[in-house]
Design a protein around this ligand. Structure first.
Ligand code: CO
Ligand code: ZN
Length: 330
């Protein structure tokens, strides 16, 4: 498990530049799918055809991660940048970013003395070791992601981009485990989720699924003084009931809960007051679909040390596989 997950989280895939992730996942899933394609936006779509008269189900896990895009290079060779997705100034001072060609940069901010408060992103710059615009290996428009290695300590797995390579991992393993299904299942590894669930929207408009299930991380409520949220790390995958962008289909929530209970898989119910996922896009694409989300509890989301629990990941694979292997009544 950790070998594939480590590979998935350590590579570079900011929104709009997911090709390294796509190449890795494609090689991993090709032997298990009936059909694999890439659409115009870059979504990777693997189809597992059903044996009966089941539903058309789309599973979405996003390949992209948050990052930075270079907007200006000074004559001294310092890069200014804009955010790709939710990048918080508190999380980035002294961080390393990696660009697609392997160049590493250090993020720092304008200051005299030690910084007391986090400054806005436009007061930050990236140092890639250049001394002028001319010898800078990076250009305006190049995108970088944070550089952090994967760490496994017991059941706790920490890395950048657990959001949402954990979801990609779960979708990959579910496709591998799914022997027979009555449904036509479209596993979509989506692009550009972090900038507004754009890839899944295009894919869902093409596929027009009856049911859409996103697999993505969610926050936890188990940290000191954290917000009231009934999701704890290690207590099972969470079945989303509501977030800021979507109310999950009640029949699908029921079907997911029944499936977990029958298979003796622990689960939690998630009501999140912020955020959303690809489920929102699938819900309102085309004539609409019955949409929901299987969430992986994750601490420190959108930091470089996003942390999940290995048992939650394994149980999510079990739950999704059992759900897809059986007929579904909504
Ligand atoms: Co995210
Ligand atoms: Zn995500």
């Amino acid at each position: 498990m950790n070998k594939l997950l480590k590979q998935l989280v350590e590579i570079h895939g900011p929104s709009g530049f997911e090709y390294q992730v796509r190449t890795l996942i494609r090689a991993e899933i090709e032997p298990f799918a009936d059909d694999v394609s890439i659409d115009a936006m870059g979504n990777l779509i693997a189809v597992k055809r059903g044996s009966g008269d089941g539903l058309k189900i789309m599973i979405a896990a996003h390949m992209d991660e948050i990052g930075v895009m270079v907007s200006h290079i000074s004559k001294e060779g310092f890069l200014r940048f804009t955010n790709i997705g939710g990048v918080f100034p508190l999380n980035i001072l002294g961080s390393r970013v990696q660009f697609a060609d392997g160049t590493i940069g250090v993020i720092y901010c304008e200051m005299k003395g030690f910084p007391k408060n986090a400054l806005p992103l436009d007061k930050h710059f990236i140092d890639v070791g250049a001394s002028s615009k001319e010898d800078c290996p990076i250009q305006v428009g190049d995108a970088g992601t944070f550089k952090r290695e994967f760490v496994a300590q017991g059941n706790r797995l920490t890395a950048k981009s657990m959001d949402d390579r954990t979801g990609c991992y779960i979708a990959i393993e579910t496709l591998k485990a799914l022997q027979d299904t009555p449904h036509d299942v479209y596993f979509v590894f989506s692009v550009q989720e972090e900038v507004g669930t754009r890839g899944a929207q295009a894919a869902a408009n093409g596929i027009l699924p009856d049911v859409g299930i996103a697999v993505d991380v969610t926050a936890t409520g188990d940290l000191p003084e954290s917000r009231r949220l009934a999701v704890d790390l290690g207590q099972g995958p969470a079945i989303k009931v509501k977030d800021k962008g979507m109310i999950a289909h009640a029949g699908l929530v029921r079907a997911m809960r029944d499936c977990a209970e029958e298979a003796n898989i622990p689960y939690q119910l998630e009501v999140l007051e912020m955020g959303s996922t690809d489920a929102r896009s699938m819900q309102i694409a085309g004539p609409g679909s019955a949409a929901g989300c299987l969430s992986i509890p994750c601490r420190y989301v959108h930091s470089q040390s996003e942390t999940v629990d290995a048992d939650d990941v394994k149980n999510a694979v079990k739950l999704l596989t059992a759900l897809l292997a059986n007929p579904m009544t909504l």
